[in-house]
Design a protein. Structure first.
Lengths: 254, 439
């Protein structure tokens, strides 16, 4: 589904990603971990198409197409979704109107007719119950005045509504208390399926107790330095990142 | 024609004076003459005139104009479509260069609301009583010029307790075959406890010659009257507009003014002023200006709290794209007797290009000591992060921008009580934002 080859990217002239290689197949759940500043969020930004990042080398193929050639909206229309670490508040745009616009733009891209209001509301209700999103928040302005937990749950609700092929969760667990974390994780788990893939970016192993990954990758200094299974996450939790850093530096000096 | 001579010289000595007007045999001639000498005395403002600091009016007056009293102009039903508001059920008054066109209009009839040509109402006692009497017009040279030499306009009168079953939509069409200086004048009088909903659309239909429109609207709200007044300026590039709207509010009256300035007139200067002469009034002034290209939009507002216990609330929002230039000056005056005044003012601006510009200044003059007054001004750039957020959900850049601009304008458009008008404005905003991006 997603193939990242030797991806290099910089922001403000500073090299952040230094040769990422990653293959994600349908149905898989990948966790990206790593210390602060290792490039985790930069990777999600580059994949989603944030404009201040410049790709200097490498390629990303998503469902057979060159992802990096596409505008952010086209990436979304092709089936990529990123749940933001810091969802943006947009006063004056209602949550529902926003979702309807997004959904219909995606449908139009695939030559599908716009959803009738009735169908849209039915879908909304179904997904809102599925991911346990407060119905009162749907008519409010997008994220305006939402608590941190509500914002993250709104990201998962949007994910459910837009039904992407690949979802990137960028530190969705950051700032969540344990109850909110459980709800968010339960929502994500309900959305897992054989034809969908997830990339979960997190600093903490805690999230991975609730969302169990098939693979864990450790990002350090702009590269994936280690790949393993969920046990790797436990090991990191126990030993921290320092042993990995040392391992990397030893390799470099050899 | 002006050409070598300055505009002031041209008006003062080069055109037929008030005594040459068609209505010169009636009782407003003395007022016209007075206004003419007032204009000559005041002269034309320059950028050294405080109220015209940010709008160099001289440069818009340099072209050669004819005084288009006699410019009748024609308009077809087809051309009027551009001014129509879809789904709006309303009465309609169509004016071409300030003259009411009966054949294109559907006016209310048989009730206590009358809509007629101002020239036909010249003998009316209300006109005698109110014509050019508003205190705020006395120091305004363009308003004086209008009073002296205006061509025609509307007289709307709503009798005691009168109301209409639907809004009145006034469509002002301006058209010129040669550069023309056009002066319409209107008077609206709502008697005790009358209620009216008026939408005005200002449109242009030709770009061939410059239409310079210098208009004045005087409004009188008697006790407990209520006026919803929507003004939509949506005309062609080659038009220049100065408009004075001056209202007088008596006790318990409510005035809700909405001003929407949309592309593309190269100059728009609105002087909106309200004199609160009776207590317990409510005044809501809402403005939205969306300017593209090299448009210059200048809003001067003045709320004059003369007596106690009145409430005024003002919110103006501006979206400036391309090389557009905006000016906002909001003056609030609270007389020393005007205790328990509530007067609020806010001006927010969204600059969507590096070259767009805004000059905003509040002017609060408060002489009473038991009042609540506030003012605020903000200017913001477009939020790239919000734009990216919307795009990352599959919404195209253009749709995302128009969504954000509509969201910024929401506080204003949400106050519009006519759904068809709300939809019309949202669609206009979408069009102009998209158009500007595609430039």
């Amino acid at each position: 589904m997603l193939t990242i080859k030797n991806l290099h990217a910089e922001v403000d002239g500073k090299q952040i990603l230094k040769g990422i290689n990653l293959e994600i197949r349908k149905g898989e759940m990948h966790a990206i971990m790593g210390p602060n500043g290792s490039g985790k969020s930069s990777l999600s930004s580059v994949l989603a198409g944030r404009e201040n990042y410049t790709v200097t080398q490498g390629e990303v193929i998503f469902e057979g197409k060159n992802l990096l050639d596409m505008a952010p909206e086209d990436r979304a229309r092709e089936g990529l979704f990123m749940a933001f670490q810091y969802p943006v508040e947009i006063p004056g745009v209602s949550n529902l109107h926003f979702l309807k616009t997004a959904l219909n733009e995606i449908r139009a891209y695939h030559n599908l007719p716009a959803l009738e209001s009735k169908e849209f509301l039915k879908l909304t209700k179904e997904k809102q119950q599925l991911v346990d999103f407060n119905a009162n928040l749907m008519n409010r302005s997008l994220n305006e005045g939402f608590s941190g937990g509500e914002k993250k749950r709104n990201e998962v609700f949007q994910l459910a509504m837009l039904d992407p092929k690949l979802a990137i969760l960028d530190e969705t667990d950051s700032g969540l208390d344990i109850d909110a974390l459980r709800i968010v994780a339960a929502g994500v788990n309900k959305l897992r399926s054989a034809d969908k893939a997830f990339m979960v970016i997190t600093h903490y192993q805690r999230l991975l107790e609730y969302i169990v990954p098939d693979f864990v990758h450790v990002l350090y200094n702009g590269q994936i330095v280690k790949t393993g299974t969920k046990e790797l996450a436990l090991e990191l939790e126990e030993k921290g990142y320092d042993w990995l850093k040392e391992e990397v530096h030893q390799k470099e000096s050899v | 024609m002006t050409s070598d001579k300055s505009f002031y010289e041209f008006i003062s000595n080069g055109v037929p004076g008030p005594e040459q007007k068609v209505d010169a045999d009636n009782a407003i001639l003395p007022a016209r003459k007075l206004a003419f000498s007032r204009f000559k005395e005041l002269g034309l403002p320059t950028i050294k005139t405080e109220e015209w600091r940010y709008t160099n009016i001289q440069r818009y007056l340099k072209d050669a104009f004819t005084l288009a009293q006699e410019e009748q102009g024609t308009v077809t039903a087809e051309q009027l479509k551009s001014a129509s508001i879809p789904q709006l059920d309303s009465y309609r008054a169509v004016l071409v260069n300030g003259r009411l066109q009966a054949d294109l209009s559907t006016l209310p009839s048989g009730g206590k609301v009358t809509v007629s040509k101002l020239s036909d109402a010249a003998g009316n006692a209300q006109l005698q009583a109110w014509f050019d009497k508003h205190p705020h017009l006395q120091s305004q040279p363009f308003a004086a010029l209008n009073a002296a030499l205006f061509a025609d306009g509307l007289f709307i009168e709503a009798g005691m307790n009168a109301s209409l079953d639907k809004p009145l939509h006034i469509i002002h069409v301006y058209t010129a075959s040669a550069n023309a200086f056009i002066q319409p004048r209107h008077l609206v009088v709502l008697h005790k406890s009358a209620t009216l909903e008026v939408i005005e659309s200002v449109v242009g239909i030709s770009d061939n010659a410059i239409a310079f429109v210098n208009g004045v609207t005087e409004i009188v709200l008697e006790e407990n009257a209520e006026l919803w007044h929507y003004n939509i300026q949506n005309t062609v590039k080659n038009s220049r507009h100065i408009h004075h709207t001056s209202a007088t509010q008596k006790a318990d009256s409510r005035y809700h003014h909405f001003n929407f300035t949309l592309p593309s007139a190269e100059l728009t200067r609105n002087n909106l002023s309200v004199a609160l002469t009776g207590s317990n009034t409510e005044t809501n002034l809402h403005g939205l200006y969306l300017a593209t290209g090299t448009q210059h939009v200048d809003n001067h507002t003045f709320v004059d709290h003369l007596v106690a216990n009145c409430n005024s609330n003002e919110l103006y929002k501006g979206v400036l794209l391309d090389d557009a230039n905006g000016v906002f000056t909001g003056r609030i005056h609270v007389n020393q007797d005007a205790q328990k005044t509530n007067a609020f003012q806010q001006n927010n601006n969204l600059l969507m290009s590096e070259k767009a510009n805004i000059n905003s200044q509040p002017q609060l003059e408060i002489y009473a000591d038991d009042v609540k007054c506030s003012h605020g001004f903000t200017v913001g750039r477009f939020s790239e992060e919000a734009l990216f957020y919307l795009r990352s959900r599959g919404i195209g850049a253009e749709a995302a921008k128009s969504l954000l601009v509509n969201a910024f304008a929401f506080d204003i458009t949400d106050q519009v009580h006519i759904p068809a008008l709300q939809d019309f404005l949202a669609e206009k905003i979408r069009q102009y934002v998209a158009g500007a991006i595609n430039n």
